[in-house]
Design a protein around this ligand. Structure first.
Ligand code: ZN
Length: 171
């Protein structure tokens, strides 16, 4: 998911270069990989930890607040997000406990450049996953964090924001 915050404090030219490099690594809509269901992660080894670190770097440079492994061409159930300057990795995330309360918010996606669309999602969700060391995590997320996790989780099932655009008819 795209970081909508205004960037400041860093050299614009360097930012542009890093954004360019990061975006080259991210698959865009039309690539069939974005439409596949990613497989469960079965081995949490050093290689996967290195890959997660790389994903966090790409996410930050893009700049984004979330990134799922299929977006960089790896069909495994792993996502990263960072909504409060504290990057997190979720392995094999399972979502549940969706709140009845929903909210419509504009979303952008690093894999769908140039498009920002209103999407209605539950405001609160329960997340069960493993962290990057394989330890179980189980928590409730709300607000932006809940939205980013749901957006990235969609990528693991081959779902993109163009599939979820809110319409007057649907509400
Ligand atoms: Zn996305």
């Amino acid at each position: 998911m795209i970081d909508m915050r205004v960037q400041n404090g860093r050299e614009q030219a360097e930012l542009e270069q890093r954004r360019h490099d990061a975006q080259r690594e991210i698959k865009v809509i039309g690539d069939p990989m974005l439409r596949e269901r990613a497989a469960e992660v079965t081995s949490l080894d050093r290689g996967l930890r290195k890959f997660a670190k790389r994903m966090v770097r790409i996410m930050h440079d893009a700049p984004g607040i979330g990134l799922a492994a299929p977006q960089v061409g790896v069909l495994q159930r792993l996502l990263v997000y960072d909504v409060d300057d504290d990057p997190q990795v979720l392995v094999n995330p399972v979502l549940g406990g969706f709140s009845d309360e929903v909210e419509e918010v504009d979303e952008g996606c690093l894999s769908v450049p140039g498009l920002t669309v209103p999407i209605t999602r539950p405001v609160r969700v329960q997340v069960r996953a493993a962290d990057i060391y394989g330890d179980p995590v189980d928590f409730f997320a709300d607000g932006l964090k809940a939205r980013v996790i749901q957006h990235e989780h969609d990528h693991l099932d081959g779902v993109l924001i163009v599939d979820r655009i809110s319409t007057e008819e649907a509400s």
